[in-house]
Ligand binder design. Sequence first.
Ligand SMILES: [Zn+2]
Length: 430
Amino acid sequence: MIAIEGAYVLTMGGPDIPAGTVLVGDDGAIAAVGAHGEVAIPPGATTVNAAGHALLPGLVNCHNHAAMALLRGYGADLPLQRWLEEAIFPAEARLRADDVYWGSLAAVAEMLRGGTTCFADMYFFEDEAARAVDEAGMRAVLSRGLVGLDPQAAAKLAEAEDFCRRFQGAAGGRVTTMMAPHAEYTCPEPYLLEIDAAARRLGRPLHIHLAETAAEVQDCRDRHGGRSPVRYLHDLGLLRPGTLTAHCVHVDADDIALLAASGAAISHNPASNCKLGSGIAPVARLQAAGARIGLGTDGPGSTDSLSMWETMRLAGWLAKAGAQDAAALPARTLLHWATRDGAAALGLGAVCGRIAPGLRADLCLVDLRAPHLQPCADVPAALVYAATAADVAKVWVDGTLVVDAGATTRIDAGRALAEAAVRMNRLIAP
Ligand SMILES: [Zn+2]
């Protein structure tokens, strides 16, 4: 039993507790939550003195290509299509399975140190991503990305299905899976439908890029009788509860209504959309329509940081500046998106994303004593508008301490970064 005592607790399911006690059982679940003095601490419990800290659910990153840590910053300042065709695809053609392991491990180290306890991934050699996640003690929803224009498309679909069968519930339940058609513009209709049929057979959701750029939307309209990518996927039956869509930047009123009514979730990835010049997703309008939203970074090739603190802040700033309204997207909403709503978007709403008895103990302890966080009149606002990944002191996943004093406990982050650097040089060599 672990007793975390004295922190400002953001439960994300109920009211905040200014000086709380959270008990974590030996089974890795949250055993009790309450005000200091209200929760009896069993004899023999390991006590963590968390005064001066905020305790919140581990952050959930809803869209990533983690192994692209190997290509961090590569092709900077190119727009999406040129970035993919001139920088990323040639480098990825050289990728080997063990590169994906080391790239994923480097990204996992960065995410854990920044308080992210769960992420959704779409990439290839995904067995290797699962190995990195398992070793680091993290939680993840993994999917093998599928591109239908590939001559090996059929074999890769079989591989993706096999991946879901082998890894659903792996790593003691910390790994779950999705089926991932990359996007409308990379998957012809018969392939999209085959992937969807496989997902339905497996009972696993879909993870797909959607309406990321204006050009993508126009090309889709040209190909599919004037229909937008959102309308097109809706007509194919792919937008439904459980489906995870990434981006949704270029959506019109019809698209917004369809997304909200479908029950599909949206990963809002503001840093990637900014850096690639894709645009600004109308998330306040999507939310007002009732759409389900979480936050993501996208891969470290395009963001380049995997900090969910920066992601929350940028999402808030863009919405406020765009609407010329300081009340657009308050800090509390951004924290919800980064925790409980993100977990729900990944099908994990009953597993993590809130601090409540019975949920898995995925927790992030933030040191509030740094100069940029003091004095602190409003803890949620300080976390969203001023906190950084470096302020994270401890992280637990499934009740296991995976970051302590700002360092990963289960993996050698220094070795992962050294391996990633060697591999990057091979991938981008002329
Ligand atoms: Zn992506």
